[in-house]
Design a protein around this ligand. Structure first.
Ligand code: SAM
Ligand code: SF4
Length: 333
């Protein structure tokens, strides 16, 4: 699948729930969140069918996300079915890490069960090493559980583990170095992410927003000039650097300030309520659940995918007075 701007689409991010056991200020801020009713959520069979159609059209990489994907009952059943879908070669999951160390029915940790089910890479969110501040950001006192979850992920031997930290001016500026040291000790890739106006535009106030350039300067003032690694890429739009004098790689995801951010975009998103979104930073979304539940054939659904890809914008609207239609938690990060 290729869109009209030359983006080859091979990556589908699949949100399986809009629910979460945390309340991150930048993801589901303010007022009480109303969860979607159960019948409004794609069943696992429906999700698998949509993934299969995508795979027939060239999707080879999946990332399961949410909300918090590990809060969805039966998540392991879904994940176990994914490697058998022809064309799917790479399965990742994004999680807040709080449930990774929890024991599953088979007696192993959730992290180990995911690995056994065929998940190759795992992204774990961690914005700070300060427990108090962690509770302030996430609304929950789960810092110790996340640290245990990271250990469980390391023990489970994923091919790749990435830590993701959202940059917040005046809040985690002093955490960049501790996070880098934490990642170094565990040999994990750490990425810093610019705040995006995905939930409300208020989170992007000058007091909150920290650019990746600012973060890089702070890091370089301590570690010296970072060494660019233009040839290292994961599936996403991060740019990577080596810390001088060490075998440690860190990444920056600058959706707001990197003007080349969208050039190599290879993604589509599927929301848990069955909308295909061609771009995180555009309000465009297309309801694939409706035709699916109305009995559409595989051919119809393939055409649906192709039409969505055809509507993929050249770049996101975040810098252009973007007004989010949904909260991040309901899109799938
Ligand atoms: N619950 C999982 C987690 O926290 O990793 C997966 C879903 S979450 C929506 C995926 C990623 O989006 C997380 O790394 C989170 O920090 C990030 N995120 C959420 N809201 C954001 C925002 N407004 N700007 C930038 N990143 C955001
Ligand atoms: Fe939940 Fe992840 Fe959103 Fe935080 S960022 S509220 S953990 S979905």
């Amino acid at each position: 699948m290729e869109d009209r701007h030359g983006h080859a689409i091979s990556y589908l991010r699949v949100s399986i729930t809009d629910r979460c056991n945390e309340r991150c200020a930048y993801c589901m801020p303010g007022e009480l969140h109303e969860w979607l009713p159960r019948e409004g959520i794609l069943t696992f069979e429906e999700t698998q069918r949509i993934i299969r159609i995508g795979a027939e059209l060239g999707v080879s990489k999946l990332r399961i996300t949410g909300g918090e994907p590990l809060t969805r009952r039966g998540v392991l059943d879904l994940v176990r079915a994914l490697p058998a879908i022809p064309g799917i070669r790479d399965i990742g999951i994004s999680t807040n890490g709080t449930l990774l160390a929890r024991e599953t029915e088979s007696g192993v940790t959730m992290a180990a069960a995911l690995r056994q089910a065929g998940v190759q890479s795992i992204n774990i969110s961690l914005d700070t090493l300060d427990r108090h501040f962690y509770s302030q950001i996430t609304g929950r006192d789960f810092h110790a559980a996340v640290l245990a979850g990271i250990d469980a992920a390391i023990d489970a031997s994923f091919e790749q583990i990435k830590l993701n930290a959202v940059l917040m001016r005046g809040r985690n500026e002093d955490q960049l170095q501790p996070l880098i040291e934490f990642a170094a000790e565990r040999k994990l890739i750490l990425r810093f992410i610019e705040l995006m106006p995905v939930s409300t535009t208020e989170v992007l106030s000058d007091e909150n927003f920290m650019s990746i350039l600012h973060a890089r300067r702070l890091i370089e003032s301590h570690y010296g000039s970072l060494i660019p690694e233009p040839s290292f890429r994961t599936n996403g739009p991060a740019t990577y650097y080596q810390i001088p004098g060490r075998d440690q790689r860190i990444g920056f995801i600058g959706a707001m300030t990197n003007l080349h951010f969208c050039e190599s975009c290879n993604k589509l998103r599927l929301t848990c309520d069955g909308k295909l979104r061609p771009c995180l930073g555009s309000a465009l979304e297309f309801d694939i659940m409706k035709p699916l539940r109305a009995g559409a054939s595989d051919d119809d659904l393939r055409q649906f995918f192709l039409d969505v890809v055809d509507r993929k914008p050249q770049q996101h609207d975040f810098r252009d007075n973007y007004q989010p239609g949904r909260k991040m938690i309901a899109i799938g990060g």
